[in-house]
Design a protein around this ligand. Structure first.
Ligand code: IPE
Ligand code: IPE
Ligand code: MG
Length: 238
């Protein structure tokens, strides 16, 4: 049975439910985020072992700045730690990192460690790991459109030559195939401004498990559900 499972090429995850997970245990929300960060690392390894080629996770949205300062700070510190400490592991596992989202609003030291990690892993040929930070799909589309409008203004591009492929290539996910499967944990069933353009034909899977409780068995359940659907477009690895 296991061997017959088709593996999606690209899995995207809205990691939700950290705060509620912590609250249920009488812990501060930040404890949920810390546990969530450990789960991301494990799921990246599991996804890689399962043969998934691209994993994209939603770590911090453009809307998440409106959370209390202390929570924003704790989330940024977790990201900071990840960018600084994961290089050796990425090298060992051949992981290629890309951060999507508007990095210009992040603290300059965080921007620098992201740039370093992206550069140092750029020629790795294993799983592509995209981390969405200060990411909003509408914001991403606005930034892509501004770039295209500038090219029109500079007479480098005719409006009638704008194509779907060109728009895809202007997004932060340029060059990465669209997700085959989008998972949201934590029981809510909405997209929350994540990859709106790229998920036009993705299969959607919602699960009740809070992100800190997500594990390989939950990922396999999502992939089994994906296998039981009739897909119209997109890739599968057999
Ligand atoms: C997801 O968990 C993590 C981020 C959005 C950064 P939440 O913090 O949204 O947890 P809930 O949804 O409040 O439980
Ligand atoms: C989505 O979760 C954003 C991330 C997982 C980073 P939220 O908890 O922020 O989304 P809403 O507020 O429920 O839509
Ligand atoms: Mg939430």
């Amino acid at each position: 049975m296991q061997n017959e499972r088709k593996i999606p090429v690209h899995v995207a995850i809205i990691m939700d439910g950290n705060g509620r997970w912590a609250k249920k245990r009488g812990l501060p929300r930040t404890a949920g985020h810390a546990q969530g960060a450990r789960v991301v690392e494990q799921i990246l390894e599991d996804a890689d072992h399962m043969g998934i080629r691209y994993l994209t996770v939603y770590a911090f949205s453009t809307e998440n700045w409106s959370r209390p300062d202390s929570e924003v700070k704790a989330l940024m510190n977790l990201l900071r730690t990840y960018m600084k400490t994961s290089l050796a592991k990425c090298a060992r596992n051949n992981v290629r990192i890309r951060v999507i989202g508007d990095k210009s609003r992040l603290d300059s030291d965080l921007q620098a460690s992201i740039a370093n990690l992206e550069k140092e892993t750029a020629s790795n040929t294993g799983i592509g790991f995209q981390i969405a930070i200060n990411y909003g799909s509408r914001d991403e589309i606005v930034r892509a459109l501004r770039k295209a409008a500038q090219r029109v203004k500079d007479s480098e591009l005719n409006p009638e030559d704008i194509t779907e492929d060109m728009i895809s290539d202007g997004l932060d996910t340029a060059g990465i195939p669209d997700p085959d499967l989008l998972i949201r944990t934590g029981g809510e069933e909405r997209i929350s401004n994540f990859l709106l353009w790229q998920t036009a034909y993705s299969e959607l899977y919602f699960c009740d498990a809070a992100w800190p409780d997500f594990n390989k068995a939950e990922l396999e359940k999502a992939i089994d559900a994906f296998n039981n659907r009739e897909r119209r477009y997109g890739g599968l690895i057999s």
